[in-house]
Design a protein around this ligand. Structure first.
Ligand SMILES: Cc1cc2nc3c(=O)[nH]c(=O)nc-3n(C[C@H](O)[C@H](O)[C@H](O)COP(=O)(O)OP(=O)(O)OC[C@H]3O[C@@H](n4cnc5c(N)ncnc54)[C@H](O)[C@@H]3O)c2cc1C
Length: 423
C-alpha cells in the first residue's frame, strides 16, 4: 500500500490543498477495507476535479487509483460494472469498442466515475439525466470496513448514489449502457439571446445535447454547441436563432485554440469522441480557472438567465466563459435535478478566488427566488440552512449518513457546513 505524505496534495485546479494528514493508495479491496475500518476520520478522492473541500478529510484520504479497473460489460443485462476510480474517457473508449454507449458525458472525460456520480455531475440535453442517473448498482466499503452491495430498487438506493463521499467508499459502480450511436457536433456563432429566450425550450431541445456559451453581456450568445445523434431524423438546422455554423473549430473560451476540443464542424463520429467537449489526452477547459454552477428548474430558466445577465457588470470581468446546459429530472435525493427538469448556469472563472467568492453571494441572491441548487463540486457560499429547503429528501440523507456512519468518520468541514449544518 502506497502512502503519500505531503506530495501532490492539491486538487486539479490547484485552488484547494487537502488538509488530510496522509493519502493512502490501497492495492486491493482488502487493503481498502482495512484502511477504512482502522481510520478515525477518512475520505475518498476521485480524480480531484472538484473546486472545493468536498473530498477532504481531517485524517486519512484514500485514492482508489491503484485498484484494478475491472471493466465488466454484461451485454445481456446492458450494464457495465467498473472500479470507481476509472475515468469516463477510458470507460467510453472501452464501451465504444464493444458497441455500447453511456447516455451522456460531462464536458471533460478525465473525471472518475465514483467522483462524478457523488456530486451529480452532468452533461447537457433536455432528455438526459445527469451521469448518476445511469447508476443501477453500487458496491461500497462502509464505515466499519464491511462491503455492502446495493441495487436500484433497494431501500435508500436513491439516497446512496449522489453520496458526496459522506456515506462510504464506493468500490465498484454498475451503470446502464445502450447500443453505441454516432454524433455530430456543430458550433454556431452569432446566436441572438432574445431569439433564444423567446423560444427557450425549443432551443435547448434542438439537438441531443445543447450548450450555450456566453459572457452574458452582448446581444449575441458567444457560441451554441449542438451535439446531434446521427439517428435523429430532424438533422441539424442551417441557422440556429440567427446564428450560423462556425467555419473552423472553436474553443468555448474566446481566444483559446481548439486543439483540446472534440471534433466539430459536423463531422460524424462515435458518441465517445463527441459527447464531452474536451479530449482525454489534453487539458480540459482553460486549465487555469475556477468554476461555479447553479441549477434551477427549467420553468424558471428565462427569468434566471435574465437575473444573471443583469449582474453582467460584476460577473463578466471575472469570467473566462459561462455555459448554459439542460438536464432531465431524476429521483436521486441530493441530485441538483431532484424531481425537476433543470438548467445549469455555469461559470468558468479566472483564477481569482477572493474576487470570485465576493461575487458569488450576489449570484446566489439573484437566483434564490428560483430555488437554485449549487453544483456540489464547484465553488459556492450557501450553507446547510439555506440548502435544506431546496432538497425535499435532505433530512433523509442526513439520517442515512447517521445510520451508515454513526461516528462521523466521513464528515469533513465542507460537509459540516453544507449538509450537517454544524460548522
Ligand atoms: C475542467 C473541469 C470541467 C468540469 N466539467 C463539468 C461538467 O461538464 N459537468 C459537471 O457537472 N461538472 C463538471 N466539473 C466538475 C466535476 O465533474 C465534479 O467536481 C466531479 O465531482 C469531479 O469528480 P472527481 O472524480 O474529480 O472527484 P473528486 O473531485 O476527487 O471528489 C468529488 C466527490 O466525490 C467523492 N468520491 C470520489 N470518489 C469516490 C468513491 N469512490 N466513493 C465515494 N465517494 C467518492 C469525493 O469524496 C468527493 O465528495 C468539471 C470540473 C473541471 C475541473
Amino acid at each position: 500500500m502506497l502512502e503519500e505524505q505531503v506530495r501532490d496534495r492539491l486538487n486539479w485546479a490547484g485552488n484547494y490543498e487537502y488538509a488530510a494528514r496522509r493519502i493512502v493508495v490501497p492495492a486491493s479491496l482488502a487493503e481498502l477495507q482495512q484502511t477504512v475500518a482502522g481510520a478515525r476520520q477518512v475520505g475518498v478522492l476521485g480524480s480531484r476535479h472538484s473546486f472545493n473541500g468536498i473530498a477532504d478529510s481531517a485524517g486519512t484520504l484514500v485514492s482508489l487509483e491503484a485498484l484494478p479497473p475491472g471493466i465488466d460489460l454484461d451485454t445481456d443485462a446492458r450494464t457495465v460494472t467498473v472500479g470507481a476510480a476509472v475515468r469516463y474517457g477510458i470507460l467510453a473508449e472501452h464501451l465504444q469498442r464493444r458497441g455500447f454507449a453511456l447516455h451522456n458525458l460531462a464536458s471533460l472525460p478525465h473525471i472518475s466515475v465514483g467522483g462524478a456520480i457523488a456530486t451529480a455531475t452532468h452533461g447537457s440535453g433536455n432528455g438526459n439525466g445527469n451521469l448518476a442517473t445511469a447508476v443501477v448498482g453500487l458496491e461500497l466499503v462502509t464505515a466499519d470496513g464491511e462491503v455492502r452491495t446495493v441495487r436500484k430498487g433497494d431501500s435508500d438506493f436513491e439516497g446512496l448514489v449522489v453520496g458526496l463521499g459522506a456515506l462510504g467508499v464506493v468500490h465498484r459502480v454498475t451503470l446502464r449502457v445502450e447500443p453505441a450511436f454516432n454524433v455530430r457536433q456543430d458550433v454556431f456563432t452569432g446566436v441572438a439571446w432574445d431569439a433564444v429566450l423567446a423560444d427557450f425550450d425549443a432551443a435547448m431541445s434542438a439537438a441531443y445535447s445543447v450548450s450555450l456559451f456566453t459572457d452574458w453581456t452582448e446581444g449575441s450568445i458567444g457560441q451554441a454547441w449542438l451535439k446531434s445523434r446521427m439517428d435523429d431524423a430532424r438533422g441539424v438546422p442551417e441557422v440556429f436563432y440567427g446564428g450560423t455554423p462556425a467555419d473552423r473549430a472553436l474553443h468555448p473560451v474566446p481566444g483559446v485554440a481548439a486543439d483540446h476540443c472534440t471534433r466539430q464542424l459536423g463531422v460524424p463520429g462515435p458518441w465517445s469522441d463527441r459527447l464531452a467537449h474536451f479530449r482525454l489526452a489534453f487539458t480540459p477547459s482553460n486549465g487555469d480557472e475556477l468554476q461555479s454552477e447553479y441549477l434551477v428548474g427549467r420553468k424558471h430558466a428565462v427569468a434566471a438567465i435574465q437575473a444573471v445577465r443583469a449582474l453582467a457588470p460584476k460577473i463578466t470581468p471575472l469570467l473566462l466563459v459561462s455555459e448554459v446546459r439542460s438536464m432531465a429530472a431524476d429521483g436521486l435525493w441530493l441530485s441538483s435535478n431532484y424531481h425537476r427538469d433543470g438548467i445549469g448556469l455555469h461559470f468558468t472563472w479566472k483564477p481569482q478566488q477572493a474576487a470570485v467568492e465576493a461575487v458569488l453571494p450576489d449570484i446566489e441572491a439573484a437566483l434564490a427566488p428560483f430555488s437554485a441548487r449549487p453544483h456540489w463540486g464547484k465553488l459556492f457560499t450557501t450553507g446547510a440552512a439555506a440548502l435544506a429547503p431546496l432538497y425535499p429528501r435532505f433530512d433523509d440523507f442526513k439520517a442515512l449518513a447517521g445510520r451508515m456512519d454513526p461516528e462521523g468518520k466521513f464528515r469533513n468541514p465542507f460537509l459540516d457546513r453544507t449538509v450537517f449544518g454544524t460548522a
